[in-house]
Design a protein around this ligand. Sequence first.
Ligand code: NAD
Length: 374
Amino acid sequence: MSTSETVPFGDAPDLRVPTQKSFTRTSLGGRILFGEGALYDLAHELDNARFRRAMLIVSSNQVVLTQRSREALGGRMALEWNEVRQHVPVELADRCGASAANADIDVLVAIGGGSTIGLGKAVAVRSALPLVVVPTTYSGSEMTPIYGLTTGREKQTARDNAALPQIVLYDPMLLTTLPASIVGTSGLNALAHCAEAIWSSSADPITDSLALEGAYRLQRYLPAAYGSTDVSARGQVLVAACLAGTALGTVGTSLHHALCHLLGGMLDAPHAETHAILLPYVIRYLQPGIPDAIERLADAMGSRPDRLAHDVWSLAQAVGTPPGLRAVGIKEGQIEMVTAAALDKGIASPRSLTHEALQALLHAAWSGEAPHPG
Ligand code: NAD
C-alpha cells in the first residue's frame, strides 16, 4: 500500500492521544425554528402548543418590528409591553410581571435583542409562564437559562430553567435592520460566549464542538455581516450566536462575563460593546493559564495561540468596536473601584487573579491599546 492509501488525510497520524476526562451533562430543552420569514410561523407555533393569549414584549424603539410582531401574532395578542431597558432593572421586571398577572395570559412572547429577551425571562421566572422568543441581535440569551436583574448599581445573574424559552424562532430577515455598529459588537458578544464555554471548567466535548463551530463562523462571517445587510451573512452569524448561547448556557460563565457584569451594573457600561472591548485582554491574560483551550480556540479561528488576543482585537476593530472602555464613558479613575469589587466578590477565573494583574488588564482595556503578543 502506498503512504497516501494508509494516511487518507495526508499528514502522519498523531499518536499522542489525550485521555478524555469523564463528564456529566444535562442537555437543555427547547424547540428551534430557523429560516427567512420564520417570524410568520409564530402563530402556527403558538397554536400547536395550544397557547391562546399572548403577552407581546417588544421595545418601543422598534417601530417596524412592533408592527410586524403584531401582524405575526394576530388575534392571539392579549397584551403588549413596550418598555425595555438594558440590564433589566428589578422594578421594571416587577411592573411587567404585575401586568402579566392581571391579564390572564398563557404565554410570553419576547421579540427583540438581549434586553427584551432578558425582561421576558425575568417575568417567566416570576410568573412560571412559558416563554417564546424571536431574537433580533446576536446576544444568544434565548439559548441560556441565565437571566440578569439590576438593583441600584448591582447586576446579579441567576440560572433557572423557567427562564429558558420553550420555542425560539430565528428569522435572519429581522437582522437586516440591525445597525452595523450593533452587528459588530453583538457578534463579539457571541464570540465571548464561545470563548468562555471553551475555557469553562465544566466544558464537555459537546459544548466544545458547539463553541468551536460558533467561533469559526464568527471569524468567517462577522466581517461580511458587518459590512453589508446581506441576509446570508447575517444569518450565518445568527447560527453562530445560537451555538454560542447553547454552549455557554450549559456550562456557565467566569472571568470575562463577571467583569462585563460589574462594569454594566456599577457603571452602566453598554453590554455588547463592553464584551467586544474586553475580550482580547481577557484572552491575553488567561493564555498562559489555559494553553489547551487557547490553542483550540485559535485553531478554530485560523489564528495561533500567541496571536489570538491580537487577532481578536483586530477583528473587533474591523467591525467597529469602540476604541477602549474610555470610549464608552468609563473614567480611568473608576478602574480601581471595579478591580476592588471583582476581588471582593472572589470572581471565578481559570487563571488566578492578583490586584496588580486585574488592574493591568482593565487598564489596557480602558486605553484600547493593541494587546501584546503572548
Ligand atoms: P439590546 O437588546 O439592548 O439591543 C441593542 C439595541 O439594538 C436596542 O436599541 C434595540 O432596540 C436595537 N435592536 C435590536 N434588534 C434590532 C434589529 N433587528 N434592528 C434594529 N435595531 C435593533 O442589546 P443586546 O446586546 O442584544 O442585549 C443586551 C442585554 O442582554 C444585556 O442586558 C445582557 O445582560 C443581556 N444578555 C443576556 C444573556 C443571557 O444569557 N442571559 C446573554 C447575552 C446578553
